[in-house]
Design a protein around this ligand. Structure first.
Ligand code: ADP
Ligand code: ZN
Ligand code: ZN
Length: 710
């Protein structure tokens, strides 16, 4: 017996080698096992991807198997091949993305954690008082060894064979939850539920305004699916947005739920992964990579807030979660549900032409009112000297504080001020590694680069002209926090941004404390704009409603509409009605006006006209080709060569934009071509050629389908 083993080492790249299998392993070995094999005088880890009976060349035997059963079944193995062809990534990177850190190839390992239990296996005649006391502990089953205090009696009973030690796997993820029943669906929810349940289409888009009860509908569908013995994956954007959602699921499904997300330690992730693989969990809730959960017999996959950027992986393999979910649904004959208040134009367009089943919920649960949205023109406010909070914002905050209602304030920048300007030479202080301005953080009195992490506390002199006349410009979360505490001295303010949530569990703590009304005002970055459900919040303020409009990206209006709709949707979710206030310098921009009117449909139509005129998705597809190098000359030479090759090998149905050079990050220059296309045949051939010819060790080639930033 011989096996084809996929390996990846730096000096050779990705390769497949054939090894023989010794007799004692023959009965166990199957495709999908991780193995240790000899290669170039070393032993390395690889994956068995093929088996054959004979070969006509010399082979070495495999050293050992790493697992007691395959880590991948046929479905996941073929999914890896699909990813390689679809995204032009390496096969190894595709398989690695499916594994928890503990099982990734050639990395340090997290092992299973055990606990020692004592179990009762016999009886004794005439036990002593001590023995009686110990044996009594076993009336309700096995006992943790460390919970038994009288060690000498324990040891005696162990020696006598009355008690026995057993090792059990410990699950490092401890969770507590209160159980509750599913809520009865309202009539409107029930209609939507029935449409989803009975749809013949494999993909359904559930568009429901914020607070329309989408999550409750998912839970009813999930209950149906698991009651017939099938499994479910629920995908959520970043976990920071969804701690409350996970709690809701746990309270209904209890230990049937496994969670997989980046806030878990690698040990916890590994334990959850094994619970999934051992079929102990039937419903997996997790972020992007949970789409690869080793479940079998999947009946339903839900992608909640499907428009979120976090569903796209930004390094190799650069996959779209939707593609993977769709593939898995096809394989398992399962249903895929996309949910959102503001779906991407691509998804809504497909739903409108009938490719997806479109199910809409246009009202909040029990006809609760949508929050009333006010737009404040900050150009007028600046004239009266209010640069941070408008007059009406201050009035509303005071009103809410008096009435013991809660407030959320969103600002898109963390840190104290956006940048520092030198009055001597007019320069903005920049990171020495990146073409990016440094942000001032008052908490630890440093200037920091948000791209590479560079930090300095040299704030005295301008590095170019040595002038000491430096001024802080722009505002960030830290400065707003200071301002709020000063202006509303009775208010209890909590700040949530990347700086206050670096420690494990901090995020959940802030959410919980705010929910328990330990604070009046929750101030934060985008992190607080989505998914949160606080019943006592009746005022939401967006401090710079147009910040995302100024990003040079064809989706900036869509992103702005989405963000404003989501953040407004946090207001008035409980019994009291809510308002939200958008402060902006562009009060007449269509994305702001239409989000104020909760008019997704008009926004969709307006934006589609623009996309069509400029030929952007959904009217075409995009792929970017990037060269990254520390060597400017080399990078620029290579990108021009690629450009020439593409021009010679693609016909006029393709549009090539660029090359463009973007700011350097961490001393690495990046050069980019953007290709618009409708048909993939010529494109994939050309890109494969480019990839196989790219040999330079000093420049990296990156191909990115559906890039997030163009
Ligand atoms: P969405 O996911 O669309 O934002 P949710 O499912 O979170 O909406 O529902 C919004 C609020 O309404 C939540 O507080 C939820 O508990 C409540 N809710 C949802 N469905 C029902 C129902 N059928 N009966 C009572 N309350 C409900
Ligand atoms: Zn200067
Ligand atoms: Zn930097």
């Amino acid at each position: 017996m011989f096996v084809d083993v996929l390996v990846n080492i730096k000096s050779l790249g990705e390769k497949i080698f054939t090894y023989s299998v010794s007799d004692d392993l023959k009965d166990i070995v199957r495709v999908g096992f991780r193995v240790i094999v000899p290669l170039l005088n070393r032993e390395i880890e690889g994956l068995i991807i093929g088996i054959r009976d004979s070969v006509d060349f010399e082979t070495k035997p495999i050293v050992s198997l790493l697992d007691s059963e395959p880590v991948f079944d046929d479905e996941l193995l073929s999914l890896g091949k699909y990813m390689k062809d679809e995204y032009l990534c390496s096969l190894m990177s595709a398989y690695e993305s499916m594994l928890p850190v503990a099982l990734k190839f050639n990395k340090t390992k997290t092992s299973i954690k055990y606990e020692t239990y004592i179990t009762k296996v016999g009886d004794i005649d005439n036990p002593s008082v001590y023995e009686k006391n110990v044996l009594k502990l076993f009336d309700n089953g096995d006992v943790l060894k460390r919970d038994i205090k009288s060690k000498s009696t324990l040891n005696r009973l162990l020696d006598m064979g009355v008690l026995k030690e057993v090792k059990r796997e410990k699950n490092r993820l401890c969770v507590n939850y209160e159980r509750r029943e599913l809520r009865k669906l309202t009539d409107k929810q029930l209609d939507a539920y029935n449409l989803l349940l009975n749809s013949k289409k494999s993909v359904c888009l559930l568009r429901g305004v914020t607070g329309s009860g989408k999550t409750e509908i998912y839970m009813h569908l999930i209950k149906d699916v698991i009651s017939v013995g099938k499994t479910v994956i629920v995908l959520v954007p970043e976990i920071t947005l969804t701690t409350q959602l996970i709690e809701r699921f746990r309270s209904v499904f209890g230990s049937d739920i496994a969670v997989l997300h980046s806030a878990l330690s690698s040990g916890e992730k590994y334990d959850e992964y094994r619970r999934i693989k051992d079929l102990k969990a039937k419903v997996v809730i997790g972020t992007r990579s949970a789409v690869f959960s080793p479940l079998t017999n999947i009946g339903l996959i839900v992608i909640d807030e499907e428009q979120e950027d976090s569903y796209k992986q930004e390094n190799e393999p650069r996959y779209k979660t939707f593609d993977i979910a769709l593939k898995r649904c096809e394989y398992n004959n399962a249903k895929l549900i996309l949910g959102s208040a503001t779906p991407t134009l691509e998804s809504y367009a497909k739903a409108k032409i009938g490719r997806y089943e479109l199910v809409e919920l246009l009202d909040r649960v029990n006809n609760k009112k949508m929050p009333k949205v006010y737009v404040v023109d900050m150009k007028d406010e600046i004239k009266t000297g209010n640069s941070i909070l408008s007059r009406v914002a201050i009035d509303l905050i005071e009103d809410r504080l008096r009435n013991k209602e809660q407030i959320m304030i969103l600002i898109n920048r963390r840190g104290y001020s956006n940048y520092i300007m030198c009055m001597g030479c007019g320069n903005v202080l920049k990171c020495p590694n990146c073409d990016i301005s440094l942000t001032y953080h008052k908490t630890n009195n440093t200037l920091r680069c948000h791209y590479c992490g560079y930090a300095t506390n040299n704030l005295k002199r301008c590095p170019s002209c040595l002038s000491t006349d430096l001024v802080l410009r722009g505002i960030g979360t830290e400065k707003i926090e200071e301002y709020l505490k000063d202006k509303f001295s009775s208010a209890r303010v909590v700040r949530m941004d990347r700086d206050t949530t670096t420690n494990k569990g901090m995020h959940e703590k802030i959410v919980k404390d705010f929910n328990d009304f330990k604070y009046d005002i929750l101030l934060g970055t985008q992190m607080i704009s989505k998914g949160l459900d606080f019943v006592n919040v009746t005022l939401v303020i967006v401090l710079s409603g147009d910040a995302s409009l100024n990003i040079p990206d064809y989706r900036s209006a869509e992103k702005t509409f989405d963000m404003l709709t989501q953040v407004s949707g946090r207001s008035g979710r409980g019994k009291k009605n809510g308002v939200s206030l958008i402060q902006t310098f562009n009060p007449n921009h269509y994305s702001i006006i239409l989000s104020k009117n909760h008019d997704y449909f008009r926004f969709y139509n307006e934006e589609m006209k623009i996309r069509k005129k400029l030929n952007y998705p959904p009217f075409c597809l995009l792929v970017s080709v990037r060269i990254l190098s520390k060597d400017f000359e080399l990078g620029s030479k290579l990108i021009n060569k690629i450009n020439k090759y593409l021009k010679g090998n693609l016909d006029d149905t393709y549009t090539i934009l660029g090359p463009t050079q973007s700011f350097k990050i961490n001393n690495i220059y990046s050069f980019k071509l953007l290709i618009k296309y409708k048909n993939r045949t010529l494109l994939y051939k050309a890109l494969n050629d480019i990839k196989s010819h790219h040999k330079s060790k000093d420049a990296k080639l990156e191909i990115d389908f559906s890039p997030l930033r163009v």
